[in-house]
Design a protein around this ligand. Structure first.
Ligand SMILES: [Zn+2]
Length: 369
């Protein structure tokens, strides 16, 4: 007789006895203000082919959304933010040693970004949308930062900068803001020559320096289109401040490696008297043998320590041999297992453990079926 499929063996979680399903962390907000719609926010990396960890987080967003709809009776949507502000290329100024970057948006433009997003994620999202009945939207960072609310919240964060900078960068208080050169699109990564000249609720004026074109000024107003480059935590604070102003109840879905960073974003929210930070659900990270999470950089460098069971598609999902809908079915099965008990969701999985679960549950066969 074949042995029954193995379930993950997971330690008792901190939330044992408190949570029946990982999406229940949202319930207090639902009870306080019953929403018509719940929006789950997740990220999309566009700098190279995604690895399994990214797919697990995105699949979890769809499955958590479906669970939220079933448990809370509200309409749901998954909103993916495509990070087209990621650096496409870098230069160092020979004279000063300062680092300059140019974003995917500034190199590829909106059509190139749309093509990349569709190539890496289109089939997966369409298949998960169909299997869960959860609609999704993809919005680039470039489009987000053009919104009036985003720019209002950016200006509000400038008004609070003396307090926020020590929360968002506790070691040195340095939270640079970058504005691409209007002539070439390069911006100074660490903002050494970027100065705030004036700021109030109606706008802000900065001076910056391009390594080819010298000094320029950048003006930000709620209704203008100056591209605003923000560091990771500052950007997430502004995005989440915008999300909590939306009519839909926001839920932030991120890999568990974000927990420490979100702690700082939550503390930044405490500086604002008017709102709570959004609900958060952290998803399992996929780990190498050493316990480090899969990282595009380490995979590209060849320094990710990987077990022999690590399949090529775990590192680069475009290497999946079967169909794209089949990949989505495999992920649906895998993440359903992880979500079957909060103790299986509040942990990480090595690529070896994933390989064992995929094999034991015949998820490759399900994918082919
Ligand atoms: Zn320039």
């Amino acid at each position: 007789m074949p042995s029954p499929p193995a379930t993950p063996v997971s330690p008792v979680s901190v939330t044992a006895g408190a949570l029946e399903h990982s999406v229940d962390v949202v319930r207090p907000r639902v009870l306080a203000h019953p929403p018509e719609r719940i929006a789950l926010y997740a990220g999309v990396q566009i700098n190279g082919a995604p690895h399994l960890g990214t797919s697990v987080m995105q699949t979890a967003a769809f499955l958590l959304a479906r669970a939220a709809r079933e448990r809370f009776g509200a309409a749901v949507v998954v909103r993916f933010g495509a990070l087209d502000n990621t650096a496409f290329d870098k230069r160092v100024c020979a004279a000063t040693g300062t680092l300059y970057e140019r974003s995917y948006h500034h190199v590829l433009g909106p059509d190139g970004i749309a093509e990349l997003t569709k190539r890496y994620y289109g089939d997966l999202f369409d298949a998960l949308c169909e299997s869960t009945g959860v609609p999704y939207e993809v919005e680039t960072y470039t489009h987000q930062q053009l919104g009036v609310r985003f720019r209002e919240e950016f200006l509000e964060s400038l008004a609070r900068r003396e307090r926020l900078r020590w929360i968002l960068a506790p070691s040195h208080g340095n939270v640079p803001v970058g504005f691409p050169c209007p002539r070439c699109g390069w911006l100074q990564k660490h903002g050494e020559d970027t100065d705030l000249l004036a700021a109030d609720a109606t706008g802000a004026r900065f001076a910056a320096r391009c390594l080819d074109h010298g000094r320029y000024e950048a003006e930000v107003a709620p209704d203008n289109a100056t591209f605003i480059g923000l560091t990771t935590l500052h950007r997430n604070l502004v995005k989440e401040r915008v999300a909590v102003r939306d009519e839909a109840l926001p839920v932030i879905v991120k890999g568990a490696d974000w927990a420490g960073g979100c702690r700082l974003v939550d503390e930044a929210f405490l500086d604002y008297a008017d709102t709570l930070p959004p609900s958060r659900v952290f998803t399992p990270v996929v780990l190498s043998v050493s316990g480090a999470k899969l990282s595009k950089t380490l995979i590209q460098e060849g320094t990710a320590q990987l077990s022999p069971e690590t399949e090529p598609w775990m590192l680069d999902t475009t290497a999946w041999q079967g169909s794209r809908p089949g990949y989505a079915r495999m992920l649906h099965g895998l993440v359903t297992l992880m979500l079957s008990d909060p103790r299986h969701f509040e942990r990480g999985y090595t690529t070896r453990e994933v390989a064992g679960l995929v094999d034991s549950h015949r998820l490759i066969d399900a994918a082919a079926g």
